[in-house]
Design a protein around this ligand. Structure first.
Ligand SMILES: [Mn+2]
Length: 214
C-alpha cells in the first residue's frame, strides 16, 4: 500500500499515548534486522512455544519496509494462519512473530510500556522474581504507554484502572473529541471468558474440519 520509495515506518497502535520524542526510534540502527520491537512474555505466547524474550509485542514497531517486501509476508502469513489457526490468539502479532522469528531487534521496554508493568494484566508470566532494568525504567519514564488489553485497561473507559490514564485524557482534551463522553461499560469478565471460549471452540472446529478435508 505504501510507495516503494518509503523504506522505513514507525508503527504505533491506536491504544497508546506518546509522551517523549520519537526521534531516537526513527533514527535507530536496525543492524540489518527487519524490525525493532519490545519483547513480551504473555503466558499465551509461552504456550505457543516462545520463550521470553523471543516474542515481541507488535504494538510499536520500527519496520524496514525493504526487508518486509522481500519477506513474502502476506503469503507466508496466510499459510501460517491456515496451518495454525490455534496459534493466532493475537492475530497479526502472531504472524509477524512467526515470519520474522529471530530477525528483529529488541527495544527498551519504555518504548512500549504495557499494562503488566503497572500490575494490570494477569495474562503475563510474572514468575520472574523481579523486574529487569529496562522494565523498571519503563515504569519510571515511559515514552509510549500502551493500553493493551481488555476494557478496564482502556483509558477511554470511564472505569479505567490504569494509573497513567490521565496522559490519554489530557491529550483527548486537545482533540475534536474533547467533549465526547467516555465509554461507561467495560466488558464484564464473563463476556471476555465467553469470547475466549468461542474463539477456542472455533479453532478446534477448524482443525477437525481441516483433518476431514485431507
Ligand atoms: Mn494495542
Amino acid at each position: 500500500m505504501l510507495p516503494q520509495s518509503v523504506e522505513r515506518v514507525l508503527f504505533i497502535d491506536s491504544d497508546t499515548t506518546v509522551t517523549a520524542s520519537l526521534t531516537p526510534l526513527w533514527n535507530l540502527d536496525l543492524q540489518g534486522k527487519a524490525l525493532a520491537a519490545v519483547p513480551e512474555h504473555r503466558i499465551s505466547c509461552l504456550d505457543h512455544g516462545y520463550n521470553y524474550p523471543d516474542y515481541f509485542n507488535a504494538g510499536v514497531m520500527v519496520a524496514d519496509l525493504t526487508r518486509w517486501r522481500e519477506s513474502n509476508l502476506l503469503e507466508r502469513g496466510r499459510q501460517y494462519a491456515i496451518e495454525h489457526p490455534d496459534r493466532l490468539r493475537h492475530w497479526d502479532q502472531d504472524i509477524l512473530n512467526h515470519v520474522f522469528k529471530g530477525d528483529w531487534l529488541p527495544l527498551e521496554d519504555r518504548w512500549n510500556a504495557c499494562p503488566h508493568l503497572f500490575g494490570l494484566n494477569a495474562d503475563y508470566d510474572l514468575s520472574r522474581e523481579s523486574l529487569n532494568e529496562s522494565e523498571s525504567e519503563a515504569i519510571a519514564n515511559p515514552a509510549i504507554v500502551h493500553f493493551a488489553g481488555p476494557g478496564p485497561i482502556k483509558p477511554w473507559n470511564a472505569r479505567c484502572r490504569h494509573p497513567l490514564k490521565d496522559r490519554y485524557l489530557q491529550a483527548k482534551k486537545q482533540t475534536p473529541w474533547a467533549s465526547t463522553p467516555l465509554d461507561d461499560l467495560p466488558l464484564p469478565a464473563w463476556k471476555q471468558k465467553f469470547d475466549n471460549t468461542v474463539f477456542q471452540t472455533k479453532c478446534i472446529l477448524r482443525r477437525c474440519f481441516a483433518k476431514k478435508l485431507d
